[in-house]
Design a protein around this ligand. Structure first.
Ligand code: NDP
Length: 332
């Protein structure tokens, strides 16, 4: 038997409970059984746990879009018992049982070898949110290299700054020598954001309301986890030839923008998805994180909780009350 969160949808309502499952109940469609050490709470886990958005496609469902642990048993040629692995995305925790449990059975094709220098806990302190931040940074770096834009030649905006994607993005960009401006609705966290490397902090209300299609050119790049008016205004204030990496929708799924920044300033909008990211890019991002992420800053953005606490944390993250990353110790 093992502990797991299980989401059910009785005739009326939607529930997420901490319960015990039998190993025999694990999905037969998986070919690798993993002993999970750590999982996390990302924004999407909050949507799944609370049922606020229909991200869970079948019931009962074990939530948890990511996990790290070691292989217990494998019928997949790449993996053997004892291998240290991590997984994020591929619909796990949405349409295949996920990581908010002490065991998972998944497809070996979805697993990534845990980089040697990354502990299971640190991998999940990064988690899907941090991995997505790295995908954003890699996409911006590719764009800047092609455009001949050097670190320090202008400001980079990070929206949703106190969130998981935002916190890791600030740390990564500042570590690369960029001048980072953090946009937040939590002015009380200015010192936290500066400790991660933000040079300046702006009020998210400056970006959150309808704005002009073209605004004063300011950013050489943007990491946006917020969407809606914030993304539209970020595009409208990006400098000629700059790029905006869009990965999230914390403000909204809409994009009330004009084409002006794209056709008059050559601004590039880079769409970032971690769920189905190709394996080579996925692995490159994890390896880059293992090599470059500042571990002191990672520790500073991380709060550890137990499996039972993950249910309440799902509501907290949707309410914008989580700072940085929540790592879930599934054995606590
Ligand atoms: P978090 O909740 O940790 O961070 C989101 C942050 O956005 C909050 O901390 C808050 O920052 C800000 N925010 C919240 N509500 C609003 C609002 N109404 N208007 C403006 N800003 C707001 O979530 P994650 O970092 O885990 O995820 C962020 C987004 O990225 C989510 O939409 C998520 O679905 C998406 N995502 C996408 C992925 C992909 O593959 N494309 C992968 C991972 C995440 P502050 O308090 O500083 O203002």
């Amino acid at each position: 038997m093992f502990k797991a969160l299980v989401i059910t949808k009785p005739e009326s309502g939607y529930r997420c409970d901490l319960t015990e499952l039998d190993e025999a109940q694990l999905p037969v469609s998986g070919d690798v059984t993993v002993r999970v050490d750590y999982s996390t709470i990302n924004y999407k886990d909050g949507l799944a746990i609370t049922g606020k958005s229909p991200v869970v496609r079948s019931f009962p469902m074990v939530p948890g879009i990511d996990f790290a642990g070691s292989v217990m048993q494998s019928d997949h040629p790449t993996w053997k018992a004892g291998d240290r692995v991590l997984l994020n995305g591929f619909g796990v925790g949405e349409n295949h049982w996920g990581g908010l449990a002490q065991m998972a059975r998944v497809k070996g094709d979805w697993l990534v070898a845990l980089p040697d220098t990354l502990s299971e806990r640190d991998a999940m302190a990064v988690g899907t949110a941090g991995h997505t931040a790295m995908l954003c940074v890699m996409a911006l770096q590719k764009h800047w290299t092609e455009a001949g834009v050097a670190p320090g030649s202008g400001e980079v905006l990070v929206t949703g700054a106190n969130g998981g994607v935002g916190s890791v993005a600030i740390s990564l960009l500042a570590g690369l020598g960029h001048t980072v401006v953090a946009s937040t609705g939590r002015p009380q966290e200015v010192e936290y954001l500066k400790s991660l490397g933000a040079s300046a902090v702006i009020d998210r209300n400056e970006l959150g309301a309808p704005g002009k299609p073209l605004q004063k050119e300011r950013w050489i790049g943007v990491v946006d986890s917020v969407g809606s008016h914030t993304l539209a205004n970020a595009c409208a204030s990006t400098r000629y030839g700059g790029a905006v990496a869009a990965c999230g929708l914390a403000q909204g799924m809409d994009l009330p923008a004009s084409v002006a920044p794209f056709i008059l300033r050559g601004v590039t909008l880079l769409g970032i998805d971690s769920v189905m990211a190709p394996m080579a890019r996925r692995v490159a991002a994890w390896e880059a994180l293992a090599k470059t992420l500042n571990r002191e800053q990672l520790a500073a953005i991380t709060t550890e909780i137990g499996l039972g606490e993950a249910i309440g944390a799902g509501s907290d993250i949707l309410a914008g009350q989580v700072r940085g990353r929540l790592v879930v110790n599934v054995n606590r």
